[in-house]
Design a binder for this molecule. Structure first.
Ligand SMILES: NC(=O)c1ccc[n+]([C@@H]2O[C@H](COP(=O)([O-])OP(=O)(O)OC[C@H]3O[C@@H](n4cnc5c(N)ncnc54)[C@H](O)[C@@H]3O)[C@@H](O)[C@H]2O)c1
Length: 261
């Protein structure tokens, strides 16, 4: 027994984290929360200008806490280059947050092959490619924590918006999370997911401007409101921290009760 406060285990002090899609929305909030919890963070995004702005804001919280890295999660070459870059600038990565994601709404009978493939490519293949590349170093090091940003849509087909590709990609993320968690359980690398309900970000802008969609979203959410990005980030911090040392292969719902009914 030590006299240390249990709250100290909820920190990320001295850790190096890579957050994909970290330039805005949930990823931006995750990056900030990890910085406030003591980590140094690579804001990895295909939008390098927005990532640069985010890193600058994070460095105002703590000097040298963040760096911007260009990365397209659909390209293994891009991920490898970003990983080398992060190794050089921040050191080896202990925490990977697979957050980059896109949505395309179309009825199943109309969805184009290009749209289907691009959603699966970013949301599912991207999570696998990043986990494989960053996970290899974590397995060798014998420690690491990965959190994948899934969605309520991976468990239930949300409505009224049609989005079969998105829902399928997130269901894939849930089982990929469990698969990697079990494969790597004895290596010291934990793999978990956070499944948000609706969150106030640019991704939900179209839906929030559509009274039919927005009304249905609120009515389907027992708490009757959307989440703020920081509320998702807090759950991510918990799962990457030592406070979650015995948790692997789980998907933590952060959904205002959406999937409880
Ligand atoms: N907003 C919600 O209601 C909600 C709900 C559940 C799950 N999610 C998931 O949370 C994650 C973040 O969503 P958000 O709402 O913050 O979205 P957002 O659109 O606000 O931000 C997404 C970020 O990902 C980046 N990105 C997109 N494609 C990329 C790629 N190929 N490579 C690298 N970066 C890429 C974008 O540049 C952007 O910075 C996504 O995986 C999304 O599916 C969001």
């Amino acid at each position: 027994m030590t006299n240390a406060s249990p709250l100290s285990t909820f920190m990320a002090t001295g850790r190096v984290a890579a957050v994909t899609g970290g330039a805005r929305g949930i990823g931006r909030a995750v990056a900030e929360t990890l910085v406030l919890a003591g980590a140094r963070v690579a804001v990895a995004d295909r939008d390098i200008e927005a990532a640069g702005r985010a890193a600058q804001e994070l460095n105002a919280i703590r000097d040298d806490a963040a760096t911007a890295v260009e990365m397209d999660v659909t390209s293994k070459a891009s991920i490898r280059a970003a990983s080398d870059n992060i190794n050089r600038t921040l050191g080896s990565v202990d925490i990977l947050v697979n957050n980059a994601g896109i949505v395309k709404n179309a009825p199943a009978l109309d969805v184009t092959e290009d749209d289907w493939l691009s959603v699966l490519n970013v949301n599912l293949n991207g999570v696998f490619y990043c986990s494989q590349i960053f996970g290899a170093a974590m397995v060798t090091a014998g420690r690491g924590a990965i959190v994948n940003i899934a969605s309520i849509c991976g468990s239930v087909p949300v409505h009224p918006q049609p989005q079969a590709a998105y829902n399928s990609s997130k269901a894939g993320v849930n089982l990929l999370t469990k698969s990697l968690a079990v494969e790597w359980a004895k290596t010291g690398v934990r793999v978990n997911a956070v499944a948000p309900g609706y969150v106030s970000t640019e991704l939900t802008l179209a839906g929030r401007s559509n009274p039919d969609w927005y009304g249905t979203w609120l009515a389907s959410t027992p708490m009757g409101r959307l989440a703020e990005p920081g509320e998702i980030a807090n759950a991510v911090l918990f799962l990457v921290s030592d406070a979650a040392s015995y948790i692997t292969g789980t998907t933590l719902m952060v959904d205002g009760g959406y999937t409880a009914i």
